[in-house]
Ligand binder design. Structure first.
Ligand code: HEC
Ligand SMILES: [Cu+2]
Length: 337
């Protein structure tokens, strides 16, 4: 009895630890409410069809079962025009109704609102880039959005096909090299939403996650303002030198360091809630482990490890990176969805 109680409390603890719920039934955007509406109707028809077919099968099996003393085959019946018409017409009608409902939902979720916030989303093996061309900043692996404002994502890929999905908000939408796909939705509730790549894209496909950070509108505006006037802080001069020597060829710090396209943007790294495309919480320890040996955390990763850096260089580098942030924001406290 005691063991059962312990097992249950452990289970309860495990469930409480399950910070992000990956379900599509959390209606935190009109987009998801629309798909949920469709899901419910498809389910209703599916249950109806299952009930009728399984019920008819059970009834026939029982009604025409072999009786004691029965000899030879029972009477054989061939065809019944009325029944056949009924079981053809009803499914056709159901298909038409579902077609109508689907068309309605598709039109609804594919509307592009005028004046939506534009974000360019680029999938890479195995991380995401988010560029805000109208606001003049870039962030990787965490898509920061204002609540209550429609957003229009222009989704593409740099290498293979990926797929953008934030179950709590919207999606999925394929990210296809050389092509732009659009996805529009309006996040309603501030929070830290779990996102991931939903198209098998290589050895670390399952580690190609991200977050959507939805902020109250005022806070987002404050962030945009801060990003505009952002001069990357130098929390550690030695760390900056190490960065310039080893990392700058692939990583950019808010457009202040060319180039920018091989690795994630690190300009607001100190503000992050997660690291390495959402696979671990953002902490200086994880950051250190990542720089030393990223492949141990993400097989097939396109970043080389830096085991050769001395402990002092590494610590200085982590201090510098951790200092790359806009002050006055804490995304860790947001509710998780
Ligand atoms: C050859 C290019 C290259 C070099 C050099 C490189 N990186 Fe990376 N880095 C990448 C790529 C690509 C990723 C994305 C990996 C992934 O998540 O799949 C990455 C990811 C990262 C991340 C995680 C970013 C995030 O958004 O969570 C950090 C932090 C990082 N690199 C720091 C460094 C540091 C510090 C150095 C120098 C010591 C460095 N990198 C050198 C290519 C590089
Ligand atoms: Cu992918």
């Amino acid at each position: 009895m005691k063991r059962v109680a312990v097992a249950f409390s452990l289970l309860g603890l495990a469930l409480a630890q399950e910070a992000h719920r990956v379900g599509i039934t959390h209606p935190f955007s009109p987009f998801n409410r629309e798909t949920n509406f469709l899901l419910v109707w498809v389910l209703i028809f599916a249950i109806l069809v299952f009930g009728v077919v399984a019920g008819a099968l059970a009834y026939v099996t029982w009604r025409f079962r072999a009786r004691p003393g029965q000899q030879g085959e029972p009477p054989q019946v061939h065809g019944n025009d009325r029944l056949e018409v009924i079981w053809t017409v009803i499914p056709v009608l159901i298909v038409f109704v579902l077609f109508g409902l689907t068309a309605r939902s598709l039109i609804q979720v594919n509307q592009l609102p005028p004046g939506g916030l534009k974000v360019e989303v680029t999938g890479h093996q195995f991380w995401w880039d988010f560029n805000y061309p109208e606001l003049g900043f870039r962030n990787s692996n965490e898509l920061i959005l204002p609540a209550g404002v429609p957003v229009v994502l222009e989704i593409t890929s740099k290498d293979v096909i990926h797929s953008f999905w934030v179950p709590g908000l919207a999606g999925k939408r394929d990210a296809i090299p050389g092509q732009k796909t659009l996805l529009s939705f309006t996040p309603e509730k501030p929070g830290n939403y779990y996102g991931f790549c939903a198209e098998l894209c290589g050895p670390s496909h399952s580690r190609m996650l991200f977050r959507a950070i939805v902020l109250p509108k005022e806070e987002f505006d404050r962030l945009v303002e801060a990003a505009k006037n952002y001069a990357p802080p130098v929390a550690d001069a030695r760390g900056q030198a190490v960065f310039q020597q080893n990392c700058m060829a692939c990583h950019d710090v808010q457009g202040k360091m060319p180039p920018a396209v091989i690795g994630p943007e690190l300009g607001f790294l100190g503000n992050r809630v997660s690291l390495a495309a959402g696979i671990v919480d953002y902490t200086p320890d994880h950051l250190k482990a990542w720089i030393k040996d990223p492949a141990s955390m993400k097989p097939g990763v396109k970043m080389p490890g830096f085991p050769q850096l001395s402990e002092e260089d590494l610590n200085a580098l982590v201090r510098y990176l951790n200092g790359l942030k806009v002050e006055g924001f804490d995304f860790k406290g947001l509710p998780k969805f």
